[in-house]
Design a protein. Structure first.
Length: 263
């Protein structure tokens, strides 16, 4: 079984090793891959849950995610209580177990065949993803669904915001939450793009490498999946050929707003 562990512990943080040990205690034969997102970035968490979960992979897969800013209640916490644990079953059989916080379920809510709460404690530890949740995740991965609770209403979960920075890859390409199918521009159109407070000229392209060296392209990127009707969803990227779009825009944080207009 492949387990994708998505969390905001920090790249290289030993917390990943601690949680891995607890998951392997319940599923000794599992292979666990780590993916670190920035602190409290539920948008990035939700994006990667969908990107990994809705695309091809091994038949037996679990996505275990933890990004819990504890913003569901601004009052003082009792016993480290935070957002509750949830379970989703994707159309391809991938199981998703993790905290319902912010946008963590937004990208998959309309794809999930099952979307339910998990009946485990919401408190008991500052480090719930290590101390409280792994036994439940392991049980669900092994088809023990006895802990499942009430169904979640997808319409009550936040929609994906359609104008944000979702991720920045190792090349400095900026992945956005702007759907490619909603762009009504002719190829090679000149546009003005704003990310946060920084503005730049760009060229709309239907393929990132169809621009010359040093040109900022706004193009359908490498990330996406099929919707419930089998239609391809692609997300727009900002791509600076031979450079870094992230640096061009002043190294924006995830979740910053992205807008564009005809040049």
């Amino acid at each position: 079984m492949l387990i994708s562990l998505i969390a905001d512990y920090g790249t290289g943080d030993p917390a990943f090793s601690e949680v891995t040990q607890r998951l392997l205690a319940g599923i000794p034969e599992a292979q666990i891959h780590w993916l670190s997102v920035p602190p409290f970035s539920t948008l990035a968490t939700g994006f990667w849950i969908a990107q990994l979960g809705l695309n091809p992979g091994p038949r037996q897969r679990l996505i275990y995610h933890n990004c819990a800013p504890r913003k569901d209640d601004p009052e003082a916490r009792r016993d480290n209580e935070g957002e509750g644990l949830t379970y989703a079953l994707l159309p391809n059989g991938v199981k998703v177990v993790g905290v319902n916080a912010g946008y963590t379920l937004s990208f998959i809510k309309d794809h999930a065949k099952v979307l339910k709460t998990v009946n485990v404690s919401r408190g008991g530890s500052q480090f719930r993803s290590r101390d409280v949740f792994p036994p439940a995740a392991a049980a669900i991965a092994l088809d023990d669904l006895s802990l499942l609770g009430e169904a979640l209403d997808p319409s009550a979960l936040p929609h994906v915001p359609g104008d944000r920075v979702a991720w920045v890859d190792g090349y400095g390409n900026i992945k956005t939450t702007i759907p490619a199918h909603k762009i009504d521009l002719a190829p090679e159109s000149k546009i003005i793009v704003r990310v946060g407070d920084v503005v730049s000229d760009a060229i709309y392209s239907d393929g990132s490498f169809k621009v010359s060296e040093g040109t900022l392209a706004f193009a359908p990127g490498s990330s996406g999946w099929n919707d419930v009707n089998g239609h391809a969803i692609r997300w727009m990227e900002l791509f600076l050929r031979g450079g870094s779009a992230w640096e061009r825009f002043g190294k924006p944080r995830l979740n910053q707003q992205v807008t564009f207009s005809k040049g």
